[in-house]
Structures are given as C-alpha cells and as structure tokens.
Design a protein around this ligand. Structure first.
Ligand SMILES: [Fe+2]
Length: 388
C-alpha cells in the first residue's frame, strides 16, 4: 500500500530492545518484498516467528488446464456453482496463466484454520456477503463491493457474517499496486486519479493473542499446500508499522471518468500487477456528444485477453450475459456489441452496470472446472441479423 500505517505498540527506533511487561523481549520481524528494497513492515511478535510444532504436506495447489481448442470467444456461468465450505476451500480457479489466476468462491462457512499464500498477492472481490478478514496486521471488516487486497505472506482467517458470500478471486504472482500514472513522484494519489487515499480501508484494530495450544496454518508456496501446526496463536503481534499490509477498496468508491465520447478501458483502470490490469466498470453517465454512441466500438485486443465478471445492472453491449457470468475475449479476434446493441444504446444517458474486468497481456488458459460452466452458444451471439 503506498502509504505508511502503524498500529499498536513499538519502540521509537527499529532494531532495539522492546520488552514485554514481564521483561522478556518481543520478537521483531521485518516482512518485506524484493530483498529489503520493496514495500515492508516491521512486526513485533509475542512468540518467536519461525517456531512451528510440525509440518505436513496437504498436496498440490496448481490449476489443471484444458486444451483451449479453436480460438473463440467464451462465456461461463457461475451463478449456480455449488456453495459450501470456507472461502479458501470453496475457491475454484476458472482461468489462468503464470501471471494470474481468476476464480470464484461461494463459501457458507467461516474458516476454522489460518491461511497464508506465500506465492501470490490475492484480491478477493466481494460480490455478495460480508464478514471480517482477521490478519496479523489487524481486522478488516468487509462488505459487498470490496476489493480485499492481501499481500504475499499475510496470515489470515475469514469469518462470514451472512449465510453465504460470493467472491471473484484474483491471484497474482506479483504485487498488486495502484497505477503509477495516478500517483505523483512522491507516491501520493494525483488529483486526476479516480480515487484517493481516503477511499482505502486499512487495519485499524489489532487482535493480539498470546494463547498456547495447537493452531493450524495452511501455507501455499511452491504450488503446494503445507500444513504448519504452531504451538501459539499466529496473531501474536503487539504492534507493527510500514507499507506492507492488507487493505480494502470498495468498487463503489471508484469515481468513473466520463467524457464527450466513449472512453476506452484504461479510463476504468483500478489496479495492476505484472502483465495484467484490473478495471472497474461502475454506474456512470454516458458520453454527452449529441451523436455519441455509448456502447463500445468493436475492438481487437491484439495482445491481451479480456475477462469480464458481470456483477450487477444491465450490460448493454452483451446479449445472453447476466449477473455472475464471466466472458473471455481472447486475443486474435475482434469483439464488440452484439447485433442491435449499438443502435439500442443511442440516446441512453447513463448505465447502472457493475463489472470487474481483468485484461492479461499473455493468453489465459481455461481450467477444467470452467468447462462445465461454459455457455457454448456465446460465440454465435454475434450471428443474428444480416451482419450489417
Ligand atoms: Fe472489450
């Protein structure tokens, strides 16, 4: 996160003696990216951080991909994917490459173990539901519309407040960050950015536990899950400060950039990782030129695959696509509004659509669980009418 935050207790200087009330030392941990050169935070633990009672392998955690077949536009309906389990165990990867995977999760249960993804940044876009993400950095209450961004190595546990939740989950091999052109040279958000620092929610309440016992942490690293059983509660942090911590941005806080004529997807840019971007399509006014065409023009995303997760509202340019659907418009062929959609959009003043888009700069593979969700008729949806 590009701003400094601190929570709890810590000494005035780093790397000095910091003692508990009983005189024993708190244990300092520097947690950072890029070998002490990237974002980092310093945490003060009650227990020694490397202490693990026992370790065990829980098996591989790599998506299985299917043969793509002939190049075509594809769509997947996730409305009726089975619900159940906790957020992590309910997650199904549907699309992916070595930069990023995209999936959905429809949990009904809170987690009864802790989880740490040591190989990816995770973005949990909360389509439906609410709850609390508990982390060693503190609590993050979340609600519908929240992008919950969790850096590598964060230990967390998600509690749900409703019977069911639904997430679109982005797992990134690289850091998730705000686009640099929306920040000044000091890192502050620029005045023309579609959000400001005020829109980010950060941990405000620490949960410091000193209980002993057996605590399960499932760790994802090297494309497998390891079970680490600790002899102490993993949330034993009395204080921390720095730039590396989980945070939340709500899609409804995105201030859409609109204009006289159609604005392309970079105007919806929200976050980026290496080789992909995340964009937010939110309710907004349409273009105000008297002869404007509000729907997008046909476009060839020549070197990127485009994925849209449809959340809410009416998607004017898409026929046969509804809430919870995912479309994949791969590089190599043009796409655009279905027959009649362009004409129908003329004169419209605003849209209530809500969608999350991920554009990847390398092709995405389709994971095996996506095949049974596929809407095979999607490619034919441009074939109605006489083609003019
Ligand atoms: Fe597109």
């Amino acid at each position: 996160m590009p701003f400094y935050h601190r929570l709890g207790d810590m000494p005035q200087k780093r790397h000095v003696q910091f003692r508990k009330p009983d005189g024993k030392l708190y244990r300092e941990e520097v947690m950072g990216l890029e070998g002490f050169s990237g974002l980092q935070s310093i945490l003060y633990h009650h227990f020694l951080p490397p202490r693990v009672l026992r370790v065990e392998s829980l098996g591989p955690a790599q998506p299985e991909y299917a043969d793509f077949g002939p190049l075509r536009h594809r769509a997947f309906g996730t409305k009726d994917i089975p619900s159940g389990g906790d957020a992590v165990s309910a997650k199904r990867v549907l699309l992916g490459n070595s930069d990023v995977t995209l999936g959905v999760s429809r949990p009904t249960d809170s987690m009864d173990y802790f989880y740490r993804n040591a190989q990816s940044y995770e973005v949990w876009f909360t389509h439906e539901g609410s709850g609390v993400l508990h982390t060693q950095f503190g609590k993050l209450p979340f609600r519908a519309g929240d992008y919950i961004v969790i850096p590598y190595g964060t230990t967390w546990k998600m509690d749900l407040e409703e019977k069911e939740a639904r997430f679109f989950v982005i797992e990134s091999a690289t850091q998730i960050e705000t686009p640099s052109h929306w920040r000044n040279k000091h890192g502050q958000m620029n005045e023309h950015a579609p959000y400001t620092e005020r829109d980010f929610r950060v941990p405000e309440e620490l949960e410091m536990h000193t209980e002993r016992g057996e605590f399960q942490v499932r760790v994802k690293a090297r494309n497998q899950i390891s079970l680490h059983v600790l002899d102490h509660h993993p949330f034993d942090v009395v204080g921390w400060d720095g730039y590396l911590y989980p945070w939340i941005f709500n899609i409804h806080d995105y201030e859409p950039i609109t204009g006289m004529l159609h604005k392309p997807p970079p105007s919806h840019l929200t976050f980026r990782g290496w080789n992909f971007v995340i964009c937010s399509f939110v309710p907004r006014q349409f273009d105000y030129h008297p002869e404007a065409i509000p729907t997008p023009y046909n476009h060839s995303n020549v070197n990127s695959d485009e994925v849209l997760y449809y959340c809410d509202g009416n998607f004017m340019s898409r026929k046969g696509i509804g809430k919870y659907d995912i479309t994949l418009h791969p590089s190599g062929l043009p796409h655009g509004p279905q027959p009649g959609a362009t004409e129908a959009s003329i004169g419209k003043k605003r849209t209530d659509e809500l969608a999350v888009m991920v554009d990847t700069f390398r092709p995405l593979d389709v994971a095996v669980p996506a095949l049974e969700l596929e809407k095979n008729e999607y490619m034919n949806s441009w074939m109605e009418g006489d083609g003019e």
